[in-house]
Design a protein around this ligand. Structure first.
Ligand code: PEP
Ligand code: MN
Length: 364
């Protein structure tokens, strides 16, 4: 993919004194008291450069809390005045943009469920023409790099130069450890395309659970991310959205202080090359297993044939021939002989087990 983006460095629009940018705040603005107390406690801890809060919540199913809407904007304007911290909210429609700007919101972000839709993103871009406001773009919910790139191109097309990416992970078909799989390689690829684009990690939406926030935040810093966006609530268990992934402002402070910030000189290049090599190994391993599964499918057919023709499972001559042939092949490929030997012993054992199972199963 070839692409170009005119982006200003993060330091030109927000001062973090050389440290990673920290955006903290509740998943949603719920009540004036909740916003005021949460933000006051975050400000007291002193780690945050920006406050986040969801005002319009894109919920997967109707009936869940969909955000307080415009009513929450004055609460955010008030805590901004109180603490001096800039405020970021999610926008999904031109009307959201208009209202957010009307109440002096400083930074806008496009959510993962909006990035997937080029119509929505274009509508947002059109509403941002001539406006000087930083826009953060979350990765789309599905792992499609081009959609993420396209969203940046559309917003850049509106003349916005203050942009950053938020990596929040990708949704899964199966139940996995994390709510959203990080697939770090996707962010590395975006960064490879746009080296000057700031990258912000969102461990909250990757993790889905408090217990995983630390390891994901550290991983993002290890990859030299420019910042983190993390959800914090005055009383996480009582939160109206994303309760299990939020931290109290104090617990978040403790976590952030325990993170190790790597020396930038250690290098983007090292990390992304490492990631790329690991990704290659992951792909090859997947192929190895697919090939093994294909072999087992043939073995099953062989078992059926032997059953129908009443042939014994173990044919010693065949095993000796196979053993010698694979040893030779391995040698020619420069593989350690013992590895090849042990591997084929295991594979052969499994083949015999499988064929015995087939032999003892009558055809349907
Ligand atoms: C959020 O930040 O609260 C949110 C809705 O996130 P995402 O768009 O990543 O799901
Ligand atoms: Mn959330």
């Amino acid at each position: 993919m070839k692409a170009n983006l005119d982006v200003l460095p993060l330091s030109s629009w927000i001062d973090t004194a050389g440290k990673p940018l920290i955006i903290a705040g509740p998943c949603s603005a719920e009540t004036e008291e909740q916003v005021t107390e949460t933000v006051t406690r975050i400000a007291k801890e002193g780690y945050a450069h920006v406050i986040r809060a969801g005002v319009w919540k894109p919920r997967t199913r109707p009936g869940s809390f969909e955000g307080m809407g415009e009513a929450a904007l004055p609460w955010l304007a008030a805590v901004k005045k109180e603490t001096g911290l800039p405020i970021a909210v999610e926008v999904a429609t031109p009307q959201h943009v208009e209202l957010a700007l009307k109440y002096g919101i400083d930074i806008l972000w496009i959510g993962a469920r909006t990035t997937v839709n080029p119509f929505n993103v274009q509508d947002l871009a059109d509403s941002l023409k001539g406006v000087d406001v930083p826009v953060l773009i979350k990765n789309p919910v599905n792992p499609d790099l081009a959609l993420w790139v396209g969203a940046f191109e559309r917003i850049a097309g509106a003349g916005i130069k203050k942009m950053a990416a938020i990596h929040r992970g990708f949704s899964n078909a199966q139940e996995t450890k994390y709510r959203n799989s990080p697939m770090w390689q996707m962010a590395v690829e975006l960064k490879t395309l746009f080296p000057q684009l700031p990258m912000i990690g969102d461990p909250s939406h990757m993790a889905g659970k408090r217990a995983y926030l630390y390891e994901l935040a550290q991983r993002a810093l290890d990859l030299n991310y420019d910042g983190l966006i993390i959800e914090s609530h005055r009383n996480p268990d009582e939160a109206w959205s994303d309760a299990s992934q939020q931290l109290t402002p104090e617990a978040l402070g403790e976590m952030l202080r325990s993170l190790e910030i790597r020396k930038p000189s250690y290098g983007d290049d090292f990390q992304s090359e490492l990631e790329q090599l690991r990704q290659k190994i992951d792909n090859i391993d997947r192929e190895l297993l697919e090939v093994l599964a294909a072999r087992m499918a043939v073995v099953e057919k062989l078992g059926e044939y032997k059953r129908e023709n009443n042939v014994a499972v173990l044919q010693l001559d065949r095993w000796k021939q196979l053993h010698n042939n694979r040893a030779d092949l391995g040698k020619r490929l420069n593989l350690y002989p013992e590895l090849v030997e042990e591997m084929f012993k295991l594979i052969h054992m499994e083949s015999i087990r499988k064929q015995t199972e087939v032999m003892n199963n009558q055809p349907a």
